[in-house]
Design a protein around this ligand. Structure first.
Ligand SMILES: Nc1ncnc2c1ncn2[C@@H]1O[C@H](COP(=O)(O)OP(=O)(O)O)[C@@H](O)[C@H]1O
Ligand SMILES: [Mg+2]
Length: 242
């Protein structure tokens, strides 16, 4: 599968046996993760499991010590984040990465890039997230967490990514807002964008995920459909309510 570059079926993102460390401390011990084209994959696991580090390695923001990272069939170990982004990956970091002291409009304008005008980006964002249209002149940091996540997603989608990566989408948000955001995620996926979403607490994401991977202690310990993973999820969270 890795070698068949250029085919429509090649996975958008594929990690094989990825290890990574901070200083001398190894935190990823051989992670396997595949995001097939057009699918929503949930990467789940408790705090400290290595989820964010996995995303950082996948997007070229942290080096792999060993193993392979493939994006759209290309081996990208050691490539720079902007080169990887040009292959169609877009990441919304933990904490959303919006410019809190800029307005919604300014945040969207900053997402404009070669060939796409700021107006086009604002129009697309407002069509997808009408709430952002109502708040276009508002300082982003004064919006609710859910609205800031919408802004982050609108910014990410402005670059027309093939794969949208979201770290802890639901962090700090009320369940009703999380459900609303996941409906939006499902809609984005139906448009053909692949999605890799990291969550600590799993329930809502399982409703829209095609596949899920559970990480613990720097390893992917289980992978399958949400239904297949029910039992493992309970074990991974030691019976915590998810
Ligand atoms: N910048 C860093 N420097 C040193 N250790 C880190 C750093 N970031 C994360 N870690 C450690 O790496 C492990 C995995 O962290 P992380 O990938 O953030 O997990 P998760 O996103 O699943 O909570 C944890 O033990 C964490 O303490
Ligand atoms: Mg994290």
């Amino acid at each position: 599968m890795i070698e068949t570059t250029g085919t429509a079926n090649v996975a958008l993102l594929e990690l094989r046996g990825v290890t990574a460390q901070y200083g001398k401390i190894r935190v990823l011990h051989g992670v396997d993760l595949v995001v097939p084209r057009g699918e929503v994959v949930a990467l789940l696991g408790p705090n400290g499991a290595g989820k964010t580090t996995t995303l950082l390695v996948a997007t070229g923001q942290h080096p792999a010590t060993s193993g392979c990272v493939h994006v759209a069939g290309r081996h990208i170990n050691g490539a720079k984040p902007d080169a990887i982004a040009r292959l169609g990956l877009c990441t919304i970091p933990e904490g959303r990465g919006v410019f809190r002291n800029l307005t919604v409009r300014e945040n969207l304008v900053m997402a404009s890039y070669r060939g796409v005008s700021a107006n086009e980006i604002i129009e697309k964002a407002v069509a997808r997230f009408p709430r952002l249209g109502e708040r276009i002149g508002q300082i982003a940091g004064t919006m609710s967490g859910g609205e800031q996540q919408m802004l982050a997603m609108a910014r990410g989608l402005a670059t027309d990514p093939g794969l949208l990566i979201i770290d802890e989408l639901s962090m700090g948000l009320a369940p009703l807002i999380v459900a609303e955001l996941y409906e939006i995620v499902a809609g984005i996926a139906r448009e053909g964008v692949s999605i890799l979403v990291v969550e600590q607490f799993a329930r809502t994401v399982l409703g829209v995920a095609d596949h899920a991977v559970i990480m613990q202690h720097g390893r992917a310990v289980a992978a399958g459909t949400p239904a297949e993973l029910e039992a493992e999820l309970s074990a991974a969270y030691l019976g915590a309510s998810i």
